[in-house]
Design a protein around this ligand. Structure first.
Ligand SMILES: [Zn+2]
Length: 319
């Protein structure tokens, strides 16, 4: 059986168990955090991360794929602390989470030089630790696949081809970034069976998602609880239709939960909940509400659960 890298070292892929394939134990801007560390409650962040991951563990989760890349404040020492304290495995990535901006550092270096950075995270270790990246991450959002976003995608693709590492690409169905992202990966020779297009579940357009699935990629139905993009019942209807369509083996269900996130001042979280922009967003929502609802709809049995939460993440990670 293939090996998978976790923040606690490589494991046999069969040990992954039940996986949440898109979460964040912390999300913050590393530049702001480095310049004004006093604005962050490091102990509180750790506490929130441990609480969220322990809650997931209580639902049977054994491994969490943490999709935090550069600009999300990726910190593998923090991830390892959470993994050590909870006993849940955490998988880290390498890559750049940008909707367009690139530092001059990368603007003035070519695609292959950028790819070298990702490859060293995969082969040598991240941030001066022996912890290695289990997957690659890039993003396209409202601005679309801009020149800089394309450059990142090509560098991610080349790192994948060089190392055999899988890819997770944040996408935005509202501006249909997915097809272009997949096209770039294909042009670079990436094995599309190792690609996960995240956030496909933000649309009700099943045809759009099926168009992506036809290329052989995984589709992330991974933002349960983020009602501002799509409410849970509509997400479930999409998931049910895809399951009925025979796509169980290409779907990834998760919550994109951030145990803490610095995008908004602290009081905003309560306002979002009050406005209904988020609802019961957590690392257990899919087990609390989604799996039961899908069982009710007749599209989820134990075998399907195993396909979605055990086999699919393992297959994506290891082929
Ligand atoms: Zn995410």
């Amino acid at each position: 059986m293939a090996q998978v890298e976790t923040v606690q070292g490589a494991i046999d892929a069969s040990e992954l168990g039940v996986v949440l394939a898109h979460e964040h134990v912390r999300f913050r801007d590393e530049a702001v955090a480095a310049e004004w560390p006093g604005r962050y409650d490091e102990a509180g962040e750790l506490e929130a991360a441990i609480e969220a991951v322990a809650a997931a563990k209580s639902k049977g989760v054994q491994s969490i794929v943490d999709a935090t890349a550069m600009f999300g404040g990726r910190d593998v020492r923090f991830m390892k602390e959470v993994a050590d304290q909870t006993g849940v495995r955490i998988l880290a990535c390498t890559g750049i989470y940008s909707y367009d901006y690139l530092p001059h550092y990368f603007e003035n270096r070519d695609v292959d030089a950028m790819a070298d950075h990702f490859v060293s995270d995969i082969e040598d270790g991240i941030q001066g630790t022996p912890i290695k990246a289990a997957f690659l991450k890039c993003a396209a959002d409202a601005p679309g696949v801009t020149e800089n976003v394309e450059k990142i995608h090509r560098a991610i693709a080349r790192a994948s081809v060089r190392t055999g590492t899988p890819i997770m690409a944040h996408s935005m169905p509202a501006v249909a970034t997915g097809p272009r992202q997949v096209e770039i990966f294909a042009e670079e020779g990436v094995d599309l069976a190792r690609v996960q297009i995240a956030h496909c579940g933000d649309t009700e357009d099943v045809g759009y998602i099926e168009g992506l699935l036809a290329r052989g990629v995984y589709a992330g139905l991974d933002r349960y609880g983020l009602e501002m993009f799509l409410p849970i019942d509509k997400r479930n209807a999409t998931t049910a239709e895809l399951l009925r369509g025979g796509h169980a083996e290409r779907l990834i269900i998760s919550q994109d939960f951030c145990a803490t996130i610095d995008w908004f001042p602290p009081e905003a979280a309560e306002a979002f909940q009050a406005q209904g922009a988020i609802r019961n967003w957590s690392m257990t929502l899919v087990f609390d509400e989604v799996v039961p609802a899908l069982r009710e709809l007749g599209v989820m049995d134990d075998a399907t659960f195993n396909t979605l939460f055990v086999e699919n993440p393992r297959r994506w990670l290891t082929a």
